[in-house]
Design a protein around this ligand. Structure first.
Ligand SMILES: NC(=O)c1ccc[n+]([C@@H]2O[C@H](COP(=O)([O-])OP(=O)(O)OC[C@H]3O[C@@H](n4cnc5c(N)ncnc54)[C@H](O)[C@@H]3O)[C@@H](O)[C@H]2O)c1
Length: 365
């Protein structure tokens, strides 16, 4: 199959859809891979790295789309790419269709086969192509939180690990899912005192089993949260209720109970956030302060570490890319339930229920 890897052109997106390691696996199987020049640059991969494993470097994005049977990307196509997508071309990327009617209609018009990373689903309901980004964001949340606790950037002036003779900082993690567990692990590694809360006892039992003793589990309730925030230096928001807005676990009036200069990192900002005072920020301007509490609410945290994020993402997408290339999309989706769940728009028809419902459009089955 002819596979194309365009350079991402969405603002501030430095990840790339396939790494040289991925190209190596594809060319080994006699597939042809077209990579747009500089596509991997932002993630630390150079044209020479791709050439070495048999990729063909093309100069323009137009050439990449025109030459390929399947496009492998990271972010949804933006408007200038809509016209480049051909009928029957497979596009494998994050789409997040439900958040854009314009994109949905453009992909219907394109008559392409759109397979969305975010809806590829394992038999147990987990979303394998979203997990690595939660892992990155969870780990990063502590790195960012520790930084914004520093005084020169308006934080409380607390070193999370403490020093001999000075107790460590206190971290509260809301949600013991992928983000929460990775955050707790990082905070514990720095020597902080960590409390992690969830409403799912199974998750809390797991955390209790695998984490060191200075990571304490506590059931998530308003009473417990109100009590705990009074002593906390850093709060991480990592809750998720699938398909719904995040619950507001910390209201504006609760901020006055926190230490001035305490920091909250709301990773769940992409689902509306679990703090009442959350509003999405960017890497250029990541924080704001309300009631003396520093808020960090960047909606695409993995974008700041494109090398790690690209490798983490492509580790999990590559097996699907290989399957699609080897078998063609129809056979591959027939043989793989997770991949079939990724089908969102096929040759002008919406085949994913939630997308049709989101815009009152017709669903084809
Ligand atoms: N900002 C970013 O860049 C970024 C990156 C990746 C993920 N995210 C977001 O982070 C959030 C968490 O993702 P995840 O992969 O960890 O989800 P997850 O499903 O693995 O975990 C969410 C956890 O929240 C728990 N929860 C639900 N209600 C709760 C409550 N009232 N109190 C405490 N815990 C509660 C659930 O039981 C679950 O264990 C999602 O909104 C996700 O989209 C953001």
């Amino acid at each position: 199959m002819k596979i194309g890897v365009p350079k991402e052109i969405k603002n501030n997106e430095s990840r790339v859809g396939i790494t040289p390691a991925g190209v190596f696996e594809l060319t080994k199987r006699n597939h042809t891979v077209f990579v747009q020049t500089q596509a991997g640059f932002g993630s630390g991969f150079f044209d020479e790295d791709y050439l070495e494993v048999g990729a063909i470097i093309l100069l323009t994005i137009e050439d990449v789309y025109a030459s390929s049977d399947m496009i492998v990307k990271v972010k949804e196509p933006i408007e200038s790419e809509y016209g480049l997508i051909k009928p029957d071309q497979v596009v494998f990327t994050y789409f997040h269709f439900a958040s854009s009617e314009v994109l949905t209609k453009a992909m219907i018009d394109s008559k392409a086969i759109c397979i969305a990373y975010e809806t590829v689903e394992d038999a147990d309901g987990s979303l394998p192509l979203l997990i690595p980004m939660s892992e990155v964001a969870g780990r990063m949340s502590i790195q960012q939180g520790a930084k914004y606790l520093e005084k020169p950037i308006k934080g409380r002036g607390v070193l999370l690990g403490g020093v001999p003779g000075v107790p460590p900082g206190k971290v509260l993690v809301l949600g013991a899912g992928i983000v929460g567990i990775q955050a707790a692990k990082m905070a514990a590694g720095l020597g902080a005192h960590v409390t992690i809360m969830d409403i799912n006892m199974k998750q809390l039992r797991y955390v209790n089993d695998v984490m060191p003793n200075h990571v304490v589990t506590e059931f998530s309730s308003e009473y417990n949260i109100r009590k705990r925030i009074k002593e906390t230096d850093l709060i991480i928001g990592g809750v998720l209720i699938k398909g719904a807005k995040a619950p507001k676990l910390i209201t504006k009036d609760m901020l006055k109970d926190m230490h001035p200069g305490a920091v909250i990192v709301d990773v769940a900002v992409d689902q509306g956030g679990c703090f009442e005072t959350t509003k999405a920020t960017t890497h250029e301007n990541p924080t704001y302060i309300i009631n003396d509490v520093v808020h960090y609410c960047v909606a695409n945290m993995p974008g700041a570490v494109p090398h790690t994020s690209t490798v983490a993402l492509t580790n999990v997408t590559l097996p699907y890319v290989i399957k699609l290339a080897n078998e063609g999309w129809e056979t591959a989706c027939r043989n793989s339930l997770p991949l079939s769940k990724g089908l969102n728009v096929v040759k002008g028809k919406i085949v994913y229920k939630e997308i049709a419902e989101a815009f009152n459009l017709e669903l084809s089955v």
